[in-house]
Design a protein around this ligand. Sequence first.
Ligand code: ZN
Length: 303
Amino acid sequence: MREHNSRLLWCHTLDQGTVSSIYAIQDQAVNTKQHQRDILKAPVDGKCRLCVTKDESAQHIISGCEKLAGTYYVNRHNNLVQYIYWCLARKHNIDVSPLWWHENMVQPQIKENNQAKILWEMPVQTDITVRHNRPDLIYIDKTNNKTFLIDITVPSDYNIGGKEIEKLSKYHLLKTEVSRLWNTQATVVPIVVGATGIVAKSINKYIEKLDASIDITILQKQAALHTTNILRKVLGDTVFVNNAHTLNSTTQNTTQQPEHISQSPHTLDRSDIHTLATQTQTVRGRTRGRRRRDTHTDTIQSQ
Ligand SMILES: [Zn+2]
């Protein structure tokens, strides 16, 4: 899997703290309770400090904890959906904010003009019962009579290949129904970005189907930024096993993308979680929680 990552060549504009965190996750050098129990042989039970049911590995924190699913994972996911939505809208001259992260959207919604129609979180009505009838985005290219059922996911790094196949299968029936009912050529487009930004080579062919101007590295960077913030919020100053990894430049990010990880984590209320910085907007649920850029930098480590 590392070959798809090219050891973070794609994230050269990320701050050093984020890069260090991603290295630590990939090298399994994160000071989780599981690490303390199994590697350091410390007298701890190794269970996650949030859900207290699963072992607290780095992969569990960044993609597998039920206590983070409804908030942080949703925000990370929605962030990627928003970027792709914005690119498609711009491609067809649908009115959007000049900056993708400034787009203020309330889901579900439909945007349409004479060229295209984009549905966000909209279920499709079908003749037969289709269980999975609501992909993240449905993009209809009216000019070419093509319909794209786009579903985006940010799984564990170990599962990006499996997720792609899972999404293709999940929406196969919907694709068939949409093709028939709308008299269009429908395609399922899974966009899978690993939690640390790793992607499979196959993502290129899916992006090309949609819009070549979509920058895959933005998807990767956004996933990585959200993931490292999740890790810091859960583990605080004890992220790394080895102090050689220092988080010394998290306020120096100069990328054009925002680090707007600023939601109030409803599920993070245990006493062993470090005080969260930058709580400026509450999360409102799975299909909502749109964000604005309300901080210029990630100030978590400055606390
Ligand atoms: Zn957990």
